[in-house]
Design a protein around this ligand. Sequence first.
Ligand code: GLC
Length: 745
Amino acid sequence: MDKEKLYEVKNKYSDVTINRTEEEIDRMAREILETLNLNQKLGQMYQMVEGANPFGSKLVDRKLEKSIVNGDTGVILGTVDWEKALRFQQLAVEQSASGIPLLFNADIIHGCDTIYPIPLGFACSFDMEAVEKAARMAAVEATAIGVHWNNSPMIDVSRDPRWGRCTEGVGEDPYLGAQLAKAQIKGYQSYEHGANHYMMACAKHFVAYGAPEGGRDYNTVNISERELYEVYLPPFEAAVRESVDSIMPAFSTYNNIPVTAHKGLLQTLLREKLNFDGILISDYTAVAELINHGVAANEKEAAQLSLEAGLDVEMVSDCILEYGRELVSHGEISMERIDASVMRLLKAKIKLGLFDNPYRYINPAEYEKVTLSPQHKGIARDLARKSMVLLKNENHVLPLSEQQSAIALIGPFAKEKEIEGAWAFVKQRESMVSLSEGLLNRGVDTVFNEAVGCDLKETDEVKIKAMIDQAVLAAKQSDVVLLAIGEPQQMSGEAKSYGKIDLHSSQKRLTEELLKTGKPIVVILFNGRPVLLDWYQQHVQAILEVWFPGTEGGNGIADVLYGDYNPSGKLAMSFPYCEGQIPVHYRQLKTGRPLEENPEDPYRSKYEDIPNEPLYPFGFGLSYTHFEYSKVTLSKDSKKPGESIRASVMLTNSGSYQGTEVVQLYIRDIHAYGVSRPVKELKGFQKVSLKPGETQQVHFDITDDMLDYYSVQLKKILEPGQFEIFIGASSNTTNSKVFILNDPK
Ligand code: GLC
């Protein structure tokens, strides 16, 4: 390739600051494209992974640095080290024939070095400002070491806690999922800290990856088109509206077609209907896996199918790199099709300013300044506290008093520092604050009687008994027991599906012995997914859900336990009573035989052996104070399309602690011609902070976009009729009022 030509092109623009117009970016990309041959174009479309040897359907035996110099790759996955990024970029810019800079892409799912709670945890904060702030912090740290492109946000809705990846998603609700998508993309794709901290986002995994049959990761997804549109698509629609730079198709199938090769979803729906024009990057070896899916006979067909569906970048497997040339020369794939993908990649690199300065994102001095800074730790601690959910608090055993003379700190998670959760890569383990350290950091005079109490791996009965005895002794010497239990963080995340989601039995045995002491027990729960808590709900005095809270976890938990922060979290995902209820969620249809209509009638939609309701529903979470809701009032009893109605409640803090309530708005379309609608749908929420005794009016303006629905023909329509407005503290609120949407005539 004529490199002089390329530099001529670049020099022509090098004096232009990087805030080029779309036309200038397009023209520059076009000129660079014209200097490339087909091999170089295909190289731009191939993402190699730094570090681990690729796995999947075929071991790709390529040497990374040689491939960079050959121009066989344009994007590197997993480089989160500025020295490596510098070396690889120099190879690309100074030694490859094309001289085109690399993009560095990584999974910064909930923090780079300063880790904030797992996404299912921060979803419970219902605090989009705090989420956006944390995402921006992650972008500042990651971009300082050269990361241009983040494989986040993961915005898969899921109603199935057997699926280990619910830990990194948005929970069960499409509306909350859409808000979380928006907040994270705004956080990443921001120039607030300057152009060098703008980090491309990637909304994943398009689409309905969170609904695998049996909750088994990578398994078949069998949902209706209606469910696709109503439940799983909204977060991605929000991501496209927020101009997300890229989207990653899911490993899974939809209508038995792997999404990686699904023209209907990727072209017709995403590109044409939703007008997405960002980059489509496959998931890890997902193109080659089309062979396992049985839709491609070989890698050439896999390459063809994924190109025809619109894929721009292949991650790790190299079907397109290997067979793209043959497909084009045989006319099976057009050069225009290849050029369309390469243009997207070149425009992304131009937009990031990499042709002005390929090394602009490599700032070791900046990195040293920002990583794990007090300000960043403060952001992580704040979001950790806001993510915690108080599930039970009998006899106000919480908050703790600093005057308590002795507290027993028991359980395998009391001193645990591996509390970052899935998809977080901790470089300095000592930076993680355990629960024990968080309590000690408060510097209270209280004596903490510590005992591990149980070890999830221990099988020696003598040792087990000795640990329990030690814990019982600690409890007897204390006023209250803090019992830190849960599931190891390795039990949730990718490829971590479980048919059983109860906690390890050793923890229940320990709890049974501690109960005999008569001391109040506060369970502090470390987990990555909803787990079975029915037995604990019945037996212990308090349960605080802390998820995997990240770097500042111990400090955040201590803040909540002592009431410095009155817990305000609300569950983003229901906790089932047992696995038999799964999939479990609040957004149910009424059915033709609703149990609540006539509970005595045997012919009703119910179980014979368990309740219909989950143990804890979506939107549930307690506070140290008490919030009272007035009845819902409406500014009028009916409206015409185009008008709005104001729905209000008076919210009073009738307790004795300052607190924040997540006031939730749900709407029910009581009758839709021919289509059964959910008994409730979340359509809004507001966080309201009140001092003891304070009352505030909280209102929501009900607009048409909250009332329309997909008709029998799956067309969005607004239909006159009755709508029920709920405003309350959880999805099981009955506080409602009905209004009429009139016919426009
Ligand atoms: C993984 C995940 C995806 C991640 C990618 C790169 O298999 O499915 O979420 O972004 O590979 O690490």
